[in-house]
Design a protein around this ligand. Structure first.
Ligand SMILES: Cc1cc2nc3c(=O)[nH]c(=O)nc-3n(C[C@H](O)[C@H](O)[C@H](O)COP(=O)(O)O)c2cc1C
Length: 262
C-alpha cells in the first residue's frame, strides 16, 4: 500500500478520545445533504449513528477477536488515523447523499459529562463493496491519505488487508446486528414485500462472510478537516475553538487552532 499520510496526529484527537471515553456507548448525530426530488433544492438530513472509533484502531470485542483469530482474519495493528468510522447499510439514504454531495458530512457529539459539544466536519468515504469496483478503489485510495503507519510497525512486512479490516467491523457487531443487514430494504414501505427470500427481519448471522449481509454492509470513514469544540463548563465564560486542517487534499497539511468568541 503506497503513500500514507504524513499529517501529524490531529491536535484535537487525544482530548476528543478522552471525552468520548466518558460515554459508555457513544452515538453521534450525522448530518448529510439531500437533493429534493421535487424541486432539486438541497436539504439537510440528520440521524444518529454509533461511533466506531478511529479507522485502523478498531477495538474488538473479545468474541469478535477470537472469531477473527480462529478464522485467520485478524489484521495486525499497523495503522492509526484521525478519521472517524461508523457502519451502515448501502441501501440507506445517506449513501446516495454522499454520492451526490462529494461525501459532505458533519457529525456532532454532546458529552454532558464534560459539558462539551464536538462538531466534526469532513468528507465521508464508503468502503465494503467489491475491491474490483472503481468507486471502492477510489474510496480506499482517499482513506490511505489519512492513514498513518504506527511507528513501531514502520518496517514490518504488511499482512494488513482492507478485506480483513472491513470484516473486523462486521465481526464486532452482534449476530442480531449483523442480521439487520439482511432486513428488507430500509426505508421502503412495509407493503413492499422483498422478492429475495434471504431478506427478513430478526435474522442472526454468525458467518462473517454471509453473502447477503456483506453485500449490504459498509464502513463509512470520515476524513475530518474542521473541528469546532464548545466548552460550556463555565456558563459565564463559555469557550470555543476551531481547529482546521490546511490543504490536506494530498495527505499532507497542518492543523491550526483558533480560539473563537463562543
Ligand atoms: C441509537 C441509534 C444508533 C444508530 N446507529 C446507526 C449506525 O451506526 N449506522 C446507521 O447507519 N444507522 C444507525 N441508526 C439508524 C439511523 O439513525 C437511521 O435511521 C438509518 O441510518 C437510516 O438513515 P438514512 O436512510 O437517512 O441513511 C441508529 C439509530 C439509533 C437511534
Amino acid at each position: 500500500m503506497a503513500s500514507h499520510s504524513t499529517v501529524p496526529t490531529a491536535l484535537w484527537k487525544s482530548l476528543f478520545l478522552q471525552h468520548a471515553s466518558k460515554q459508555e456507548d457513544p452515538y453521534m448525530a450525522v448530518a448529510t445533504v439531500e437533493r429534493d426530488s421535487q424541486n432539486g433544492s438541497s436539504i439537510p438530513r440528520v440521524r444518529y449513528c454509533g461511533f466506531r472509533g478511529f479507522f485502523g484502531e478498531l477495538k474488538l470485542h473479545p468474541s469478535a477477536e477470537k472469531q477473527l483469530r480462529d478464522e485467520n482474519e485478524l489484521n495486525p495493528l499497523e495503522f492509526e488515523s484521525d478519521m472517524l468510522a461508523f457502519t451502515t447499510d448501502t441501501r440507506m439514504q445517506k449513501i446516495e447523499q454522499f454520492n451526490e454531495f462529494d461525501g459532505a458530512i458533519e457529525v456532532v457529539f454532546w458529552v454532558k459529562e464534560v459539558m462539551t459539544q464536538w462538531r466534526l466536519r469532513g468528507t465521508a468515504f464508503v468502503i465494503g463493496d467489491d475491491a474490483k469496483k472503481s468507486v471502492e478503489q477510489t474510496a480506499r485510495a482517499e482513506i490511505i491519505k489519512g492513514l498513518r503507519k504506527r511507528p513501531s510497525q514502520a518496517s514490518t512486512v504488511s499482512e494488513w488487508t482492507w478485506e480483513k479490516e472491513i470484516t473486523a467491523y462486521f465481526a464486532n457487531h452482534s449476530p442480531v446486528m449483523r442480521g439487520s443487514f439482511k432486513n428488507p430494504a430500509p426505508g421502503r414501505p412495509l407493503s413492499e414485500e422483498p422478492t429475495d427470500p434471504n431478506l427478513k427481519l430478526g435474522q442472526k448471522v454468525t458467518d462473517l462472510h454471509d453473502a447477503t449481509a456483506r453485500e449490504n454492509f459498509r464502513v463509512v470513514v470520515i476524513r475530518v478537516h474542521e473541528v469546532d469544540r464548545l466548552d460550556l463548563t463555565r456558563p459565564e465564560r463559555a469557550s470555543r475553538w476551531r481547529t482546521t486542517l490546511t490543504d490536506a487534499s494530498d495527505g499532507v497539511g497542518q492543523w491550526e487552532e483558533v480560539e473563537l468568541w463562543p
